[in-house]
Design a protein around this ligand. Structure first.
Ligand code: ATP
Length: 507
């Protein structure tokens, strides 16, 4: 049976992945703390993303901007005036709810593009009441999601500032400096990983909707006249994924498995660049062990599109509470650069060598992903209960696993020998040295926190200078010389060799 989101939260707390923030004071809704294993997994997710999308590419560079920026950034981007959700308040107990979520939960209908008036009508006609006390709800109203703060010792109207609700705008504000200093030529991207803050009306579903979370974003810029000249498209033409276009939604059709080339030929995805980034976003998850069947790309229907977006597709995942957005991939045109040019009165256009003219690049795609939602996806796809073993096996990809190697001594007498192995491995891999309980118990503990390989030191080690390595997923075991252990572990954790071929098999 699939795990519910509540059960996942319990598992994460019990094993040291994630805790409700400030739990000793009763918790703090929408805030979570990552524990000793959670921080490792989260860091590995971010490191893999950074490696794949920044360090291993010639066309993308990264930045790390400040969380509090000049308030004008948010005026120019439109967040100050328009970054709002619709809220309803209980007339009796004062509880507040997000109107769209309430309608979706109660009526099981999509609310994308629904106006405030439309939501009010649905609530009234369907007699939707307060979820806490059952009383009548007031009129829906807009609520700005930005967290306000005050900069400097004196609080005045001009000292107001905001915690960033997304990392993207910090990229736009630095666009010209980064482009010039990194000598970037179109097409190119600027990436950032960092915290974002939204005063969500009703945070829920554990890490899915938080008030403080982290994003991994890329703004990918192209020449305005070369919006369909994707130089990497051949890499993904045969890539296959589940597709749900706006038309398919309009005609109540089910998602369909399609190749990227079919999506382009049938003009389901409008530009090659957009198609390329959708495939890359999906591929990143699958290459790190997620199950491709649990993902789909869904196009925003007309009424759902943000004012700045020409076209938007979401990468969605089938969570226990339904298909939900993991990553938004929008074609933002030159909207943001134009806005910042106007508001800052700074020329953000760049010189195009070919036409010898100044041009304003277009963001053909903005892959914008939540780290915490990615964390949830990897945990759900890794979690399994093994009836035969009688314990949970967390099948995290070795590249993501918080601990790569567990080192055990068969009996206490062998601790010294085992510690030597631990001391040499820990310089390169995240390891644990577990001495307590039976070997079976230690294997079970390792399985539950996703350690892909366990190394056991036994009496034969003293004679033959070799150890046993056990594979978490198959429980298969091999014998490897201590001198070769580091090299073997490196190949195994980087998926460069099959387990059975990494040493002498033990039946
Ligand atoms: P949603 O519709 O779920 O509120 P959104 O469309 O507002 O999301 P974006 O503004 O596109 O989200 O943000 C990009 C990504 O940041 C999302 O796809 C998601 O992974 C992550 N994200 C956004 N809001 C939250 C949140 N409150 N908690 C955790 N992650 C979030």
């Amino acid at each position: 049976m699939a795990l519910s989101i509540e059960e996942m939260a319990v598992f994460c707390k019990k094993k040291g992945f994630v805790y409700p923030s400030s739990e000793i004071y009763g918790g703090f809704s929408g805030f979570f703390d990552y524990g000793h294993l959670g921080v490792e997994l989260k860091n590995n997710i971010k490191a893999r993303w950074w490696k794949a999308f920044v360090q291993q590419r010639e066309d993308i560079v990264g930045i790390d901007g400040s969380i509090i920026t000049h308030p004008s950034v948010w005026k120019a981007s439109g967040h100050l005036d328009g970054f709002a959700d619709v809220m309803v308040e209980c007339r009796k107990c004062g509880s507040r709810f997000r109107a769209d979520q309430l309608i979706e939960d109660k009526l099981r209908i999509p609310t994308a593009g629904m106006t405030i008036g439309g939501m009010h009508a649905e609530i009234k006609e369907n007699k939707i009441k307060c979820q806490k006390c059952g009383s009548d709800l007031g009129e829906p109203k807009k609520f700005n999601l930005m967290f306000a703060t005050n900069v400097g010792p004196v609080q005045t109207s001009s000292s107001a500032a905001y915690l960033r609700p997304e990392t993207a705008q910090v990229i736009f504000a630095n666009f010209k400096l980064v482009q010039e200093n990194a000598r970037l030529k179109l097409p190119f991207g600027i990436a950032q990983i960092g915290k974002a803050f939204r005063n969500e009306i009703s945070p829920r579903d554990f890490l899915f909707r938080m008030r403080e979370f982290e994003q991994m974003e890329i703004e990918y810029f192209v020449h305005p006249e070369k919006q369909d000249e994707c130089i990497f498209i051949n890499e993904v033409l045969d890539y296959e994924l589940n597709v749900l276009s706006a038309d398919m939604q309009k005609n109540s059709k089910k998602m369909q498995k399609m190749k990227i080339k079919e999506c382009l030929n049938k003009k389901i995805i409008k530009t090659k660049w957009h198609a390329y980034w959708l495939a890359m976003a999906h591929k990143w998850f699958v290459e790190l062990g997620a199950n491709a069947e649990n993902f789909r790309i869904r196009q925003h229907v007309k009424d759902e599109l943000s004012h700045y977006a020409l076209d938007t597709w979401d990468l969605e995942y089938e969570f226990p509470f339904g298909w939900k957005e993991l990553q938004g991939l929008s074609n933002r045109t030159d909207f943001d650069l134009k806005q910042h040019m106007q508001h800052s009165k700074t020329d953000l256009s760049i010189f195009d060598e070919e036409s010898k003219k100044k041009i304003l690049p277009h963001v053909i795609c903005e892959p914008s992903q939540g780290v915490d939602r990615a964390f949830l996806v990897f945990m759900f796809d890794a979690y399994s209960y093994d009836k035969e073993r009688g314990n949970v096996v967390l099948r995290l990809h070795p590249k993501l696993a918080p601990v790569k190697v567990g080192i055990f001594s068969l009996v206490n007498k062998l601790d010294e020998e085992a510690r030597k192995v631990y001391d040499s491995l820990k310089k390169e891999f995240a390891c644990t040295f577990d001495r307590s309980g039976s070997i079976g118990r230690r294997y079970a503990r390792a399985d539950e926190i996703g350690i892909p390989y366990c190394v056991t030191i036994d009496f034969d080690t003293l004679k033959n200078k070799d150890v046993t390595i056990r594979d978490r997923d198959t429980t298969e075991q091999i014998r490897v010389k201590i001198d070769d252990l580091k090299k073997t572990m490196s190949k195994l954790t980087n998926s460069e060799i099959e387990f059975g071929k990494a040493g002498k098999s033990i039946k």
